[in-house]
Design a protein around this ligand. Structure first.
Ligand code: ZN
Length: 496
């Protein structure tokens, strides 16, 4: 066996261990009885210890070096070795003591955050958050950066980007969105009263899973379960699972949740089978992953042609409840724009402002311009400035998200990057597939999925996000197509 084959064999076992851990964690969030929690924590910690040990073993480092220096390294092999080295170096640069402290503090900080949010009192959480910021800053120093410590954090979530570059990408989107929102709020609001009914959860699930199958989710390689927080996970290309939650008072939250997670699942089912048990059977980052979920959730399932096809079908699942509604009315109702405090409930336009606010604060925190104690005031000021809202309390303000409690700084921008990538991909897709919207209006999704498979899914982690987007669209990352989409869609809905 040559050095590369040996590396591949060693990594395959690391992938097996990671997938076993993922299965334990899926079970924890779906079916595990409450008293299983303590020992499940031990099981996951033991597995992650073994994975870390194997990933950072000196013998693996020697083999990677040998394999990289071989005279005939194929490009896929080079991508494999690059990705493996990245994860390895990322783990090795952090001293064990710091990793332990970060893990311990994160679980303490999560507890404190839960209490503080319930009490709507940021002051309770402030010392924990300050500690998480300090520890994260120490980790950034270990990883190294050129401009700001934030740049050292973002590669955990999206590679190839810096605070300065993201600032440049986001600024025109922020300014255009604030302007557009100002115009929309002067217009009469769209009619949504027919959505205020009780909706059978069984019918919601049946209809949602019908749509999931229609758009191509392969149920012989997937399944759907209920969980408090919807997510998608995989244990192999042949086992990609989604979870959802439903509420009797909302007809579309559960549906769009299924379609969102389904978009993630279609991506993972579409990795190249030859990449199984290698570092290439993954997305290059969370932004590209999110571009796939948002594509199906927002661009397809919140489009007018989609509802021309699906409203008559949906009416059969909810007999007597939607009889007088037209596809046009339904389309408008699910696209209502309304500035509000909570990110996870935000509409397509204001969502990005929620993200940009968090991103701008993170950058100021890690440039040393903002300390934990000043976060609520800075948060509320930006909500007033961009969304025109007066934040009533910290629970509806800076305590609403769990990310910072866990020390996940650098994560937030990937949501908006996902929307930006998605708009760029749709622009190119519309040029490549002139029948795109008539296909959607006829409930035919095979060509669309085929396009995503060929252009995005099968590449896995061969390219980082900026590289992949440029390969497919021929353009460097830009928010222009997203702004154009907003202006066209909401210009029509709100008669601007
Ligand atoms: Zn997502």
């Amino acid at each position: 066996m040559n050095a590369f084959d040996l590396v591949r064999q060693k990594y395959a076992e690391i992938a097996d261990l990671s997938h076993a851990a993922a299965l334990l964690s899926w079970d924890q969030q779906t079916y595990m009885p409450p008293r299983g929690a303590t020992d499940r924590g031990h099981q996951l910690a033991t597995l992650s210890g073994i994975i870390h040990e194997r990933l950072t073993a000196p013998e693996l480092g020697d083999l990677i070096e040998k394999a990289s220096g071989a005279p005939d390294v194929a490009s896929d092999q080079r991508a494999f070795l690059r990705e493996l080295s990245f994860s390895r170096e990322r783990s090795m640069k952090l001293p064990a003591a710091l990793v332990k402290e970060l893990t311990l503090e994160a679980s303490k900080s999560f507890e404190v955050w839960t209490r503080a949010r319930k009490a709507r009192n940021f002051a309770l959480f402030q010392p924990s958050l300050a500690r998480m910021i300090d520890l994260t800053r120490q980790a950034a120093e270990c990883w190294g950066y050129k401009d700001t410590p934030w740049d050292a954090l973002v590669p955990d979530y999206e590679r190839g980007l810096t605070a300065a570059r993201v600032e440049k990408i986001f600024k025109p989107l922020r300014d255009a969105t604030v302007k557009l929102l100002g115009r929309i709020t002067t217009r009469p609001q769209v009619e949504t009263r027919f959505l205020e009914q009780k909706w059978s959860i069984d019918a919601q699930r049946e209809f949602g899973m019908r749509v999931a199958r229609d758009i191509g989710y392969d149920m012989t390689a997937g399944r759907q379960d209920i969980a408090a927080h919807p997510f998608c996970t995989n244990f192999s290309i042949g086992d990609v699972r989604i979870t959802t939650r439903f509420s009797e008072t909302s007809l579309v939250d559960g549906l769009f949740g299924i379609i969102h997670e389904c978009g993630h699942a279609l991506y993972e089912q579409g990795f190249n089978p030859e990449d199984a048990r290698t570092p290439l059977a993954q997305a290059p980052g969370l932004g590209i992953h999110e571009s796939q979920s948002r594509f199906w959730e927002v661009r397809i399932a919140q489009s007018e042609p989609f509802w021309r096809h699906y409203l008559p079908i949906m009416q059969q699942y909810f007999p007597g409840q939607l009889d007088d509604v037209t596809p046009g009315q339904f389309y408008r109702a699910v696209n209502i724009i309304e500035p509000d405090f909570i990110r996870v409930e935000a509409d397509e336009i204001t969502y990005n402002l929620h993200i940009i606010i968090r991103f701008e604060l993170e950058v100021r925190i890690f440039r040393g311009e903002l300390s934990a104690v000043d976060i609520p005031a800075a948060w509320n000021e930006l909500y007033k400035k961009y969304l025109g809202l007066d934040v009533p309390d910290d629970a509806k303000g800076c305590l609403q998200d769990v990310h910072w409690a866990y020390g996940s700084f650098g994560y937030f921008p990937t949501y908006t990057l996902g929307n930006i990538y998605c708009a760029m991909l749709v622009e190119k897709m519309q040029r490549d597939l002139p029948r795109l919207w008539s296909d959607v209006g006829g409930g035919r999704f095979g060509t669309v999925l085929g396009w995503l498979r060929a252009n995005i899914h099968r590449h896995g982690r061969r390219y980082d996000a900026p590289e992949l987007v440029e390969r497919v669209t021929g353009k460097a990352i830009t928010c222009e197509p997203l702004i154009k989409h907003f202006e066209a869609k909401y210009g029509e809905i709100y008669g601007l």
